[in-house]
Design a protein. Structure first.
Length: 254
């Protein structure tokens, strides 16, 4: 039987070798540039790449509290995730900044397992920007707490209300600078976008759109359409099963 091992590291524990392996995983598995990327980025169809130094500076910056989790299957790196913590109005945010699973190990729960490792006491809000519906499904399951089917019961209202405040406080520039799009932010938006960001990240969407079509056959997908250069935006409040109503902390924004 194969052996899956998850490990979690604070930024200071992440070695150069681990980052080199993370760079290879990303470069071979993340995705390719889309057509519209042509003027600004490398050739459409070429792999989106990151070196270990950029991984360190963008995903484990000195000015932020960051965490790295990885899973090995029979000793091989099969997936990893980076996350960053910050506070807004005394609430602690945990934002997933990268999530990649090796193609050979997908659709067997590793993304959800990685995100489970990011869960910790004291976090009030979890967030993620991703073009891949599977990343959102995995996050909804890992962070959504009590409700097993949490993407179906996702509360969009709080995303519309608090996303800007949460994201503007981020030490990660692409989160801070992402433009909020969709009708949770603008009731007049009839484009089909619901909870999205325009991140200007023109990764090819063929694979995420195939996944979206498949997911939409199964469920009423709550985050809307996916446009080029855009990503879905998911923000979830941590649920605390063990707290009684009288001792639970007030909700964000209250
Ligand atoms: C997105 C990604 C991390 C998902 O990894 P994974 O290990 O396959 O995900 P999981 O097995 O944990 O699946 C999570 C959910 O998504 C569903 N799912 C996974 N891949 C899917 C696909 N291609 N189409 C439809 N649903 C899919 C799973 O069935 C599961 O849902 P369920 O729990 O309701 O059954 C992986 O596809 C990947 O690395 N993609 C490229 C990089 C990327 O887009 N990362 C996200 C940016 S943050």
């Amino acid at each position: 039987m194969e052996e899956q091992i998850y490990k979690r590291y604070d930024a200071g524990q992440v070695t150069e070798t681990m980052l080199q392996e993370a760079a290879v995983l990303f470069n071979e598995n993340y995705g390719v540039w889309g057509e519209q990327a042509a003027s600004k980025f490398p050739k459409p169809g070429s792999r989106v790449r990151l070196g270990k130094d950029r991984l360190r500076s963008q995903y484990l910056p000195d000015n932020a509290t960051c965490v790295y989790v990885r899973v090995t299957v029979d000793g091989q790196l099969a997936g990893n995730a980076f996350a960053c913590h910050w506070t807004v109005k005394d609430k602690t945010v945990c934002w997933v900044t990268q999530l990649v699973v090796d193609r050979n190990y997908r659709e067997r729960g590793l993304a959800k397992g990685l995100l489970n490792q990011l869960k910790q006491n004291g976090v009030d809000i979890y967030g993620l920007m991703s073009s891949h519906p599977a990343a959102c499904l995995a996050a909804a399951k890992a962070f959504g707490g009590k409700t097993i089917d949490s993407i179906r019961t996702l509360q969009l209202g709080p995303i519309g209300k608090y996303a800007e405040e949460i994201m503007k406080a981020s030490p990660i520039s692409y989160v801070k600078d992402a433009k909020l799009r969709g009708n949770v932010f603008d009731p007049d938006d009839t484009s089909g976008l619901v909870s999205s960001v325009d991140s200007g990240f023109f990764v090819d969407h063929i694979e995420p759109l195939e996944a979206l079509a498949w997911v939409r056959e199964e469920i009423d997908w709550p985050l809307g359409d996916l446009f080029d250069g855009h990503e879905f935006l998911l923000i979830l409040e941590a649920r605390r099963r063990s707290q009684s109503r009288s001792t639970s902390r007030p909700k964000f924004g209250s």
